[in-house]
Design a protein. Sequence first.
Length: 139
Amino acid sequence: MADSATDQIAIDGPTVLLKPEAAQALGFALHELAVNARKFGALSMPAGRVTISWSRRPQPEGDRVELCWVERKGPAVSTPVHRRFGSMIIERHLAQAINGKVQLSFPPEGVVCEIHIPPAQLVGFTERTAGKVSSGRAG
């Protein structure tokens, strides 16, 4: 992405340590989302914004991560008639690679991708408190 896009992107979430395969699959999916946002979505317009946020969600079987990609103030979006390579990478490959849930939606105000990463794909979390860093196990 161009340097001018850096003020168009907001990123927020705790430090999460993923298993290598999950990190690779997630990175590939985020790359696809970013390329599409730059070509056709929110990052194709100066006013457009992308928010990437994630949070730790305690579960009985161990903590999971919920990540959300949200595009706003870009061109109007419509649900594609045919799913293409990028959508298949995001929805099918990522979901299979992390054994989790991935939902890609196309509301008119911008693309939304919700990713649920199960505890089995997490190595742990790194919490930052008062200048200290401590590690926590995912499960």
